[in-house]
Design a protein around this ligand. Structure first.
Ligand SMILES: C[S@@+](CC[C@H](N)C(=O)[O-])C[C@H]1O[C@@H](n2cnc3c(N)ncnc32)[C@H](O)[C@@H]1O
Length: 269
């Protein structure tokens, strides 16, 4: 059965009220997290949290403990993928759609590797401005909703995108997948996440039908790339269309141990 929350969100989207409802939800979340955040900041004096509005825009919460724990767990996923699929000593890693640095701030070192050059990219200018001022061991760049990235070709051992394709239209999927492969070194790996079967449980009946026939489902009527613009990806869509003719190294549809409710895909250039 489809949860009531999904049905309400469906109607708010239709009436173009989702953004307004999101603003109210932000105030509520910030108020509810204030005590726990105060405690967390007292326990972690060296930690700089992102501005609450930017965090809520990206994660739908403003809880700093969760921001740290999920970021660290996702970073472990990237580190393990690199250890398994990349060889060499020094590393060049790029995160596309890095948001307020939840993941990339944990990747300064990866066991078994030497120097790591990190680049974070996002289309949200305020987010990148904050990242540039607060995370000094990463180079940050801005990009547009559509490619290109201001980065050269064949540069990275690993490019990753956590919960970014999940907020884009089908057309943008094809444009960005090419762009991400362009910046990878010839043997580099691309890791990205999608809304697969687990997330598809949230779909309304007509959407589920489209999903089950192997098509991408996009909930739009809101600015593309924002969290409420939600795309759902049947694995068939990823294999047969998005990664067509690419070497798929891994598909994991249960990444709970990395605190992810999304499918993880790894492909070689
Ligand atoms: C759900 S947040 C995830 C942030 C980050 N990947 C993480 O897991 O902490 C999605 C991010 O994708 C970014 N984004 C959406 N469309 C984008 C695009 N076309 N290019 C770059 N970033 C994009 C958003 O600005 C946002 O920061």
């Amino acid at each position: 059965m489809v949860p009531r929350k999904q049905t309400i969100a469906h109607w708010l989207r239709r009436w173009h009220l989702l953004q307004f409802a999101d603003r109210l939800a932000f105030l509520r979340a910030a108020w509810q997290s204030r005590r726990e955040n105060k405690r967390f900041l007292a326990e972690h004096p060296g930690f700089t949290p992102p501005p609450a509005r930017l965090a809520y825009d990206a994660y739908n919460h403003v809880n700093w403990r969760r921001y740290c724990d999920v970021g660290a767990a996702n970073a472990r996923l990237i580190a393990e993928a690199v250890k398994e699929h990349v060889s060499g000593n020094d590393l060049q890693i790029c995160e596309w759609g890095c948001g307020p640095a939840r993941v990339i701030r944990h990747l300064q070192r990866i066991e078994g590797f030497g120097k790591i050059d990190l680049v974070g990219a996002d289309y949200n200018e305020q987010t990148i401005d904050w990242c540039e001022k607060n995370i000094d061991f990463v180079r940050f760049v801005k990009n547009g909703l559509e490619p290109p990235l201001p980065l050269g070709s064949d540069c990275f051992d690993c490019v990753y995108a956590i919960s970014v394709f999940t907020h884009l239209s089908e057309r943008m999927h094809y444009a960005w997948i090419e762009e991400l492969f362009r910046i990878l070194k010839p043997s580099g790996i691309l890791l990205f996440t999608t809304h697969g079967d687990l997330a598809a449980k949230r779909l309304l009946p007509a959407e589920k039908e489209r999903y089950d026939s192997g098509n991408l489902v996009a909930r739009d009527r809101i600015r593309e790339g924002k969290k409420h613009f939600a795309a759902y990806h049947p694995p068939r869509f990823v294999v047969e269309r998005l990664l067509k003719d690419r070497a798929v190294l891994k598909h994991c549809d249960d990444a709970a141990s990395y605190q992810l409710e999304q499918d993880v895909w790894i492909a070689r250039k």
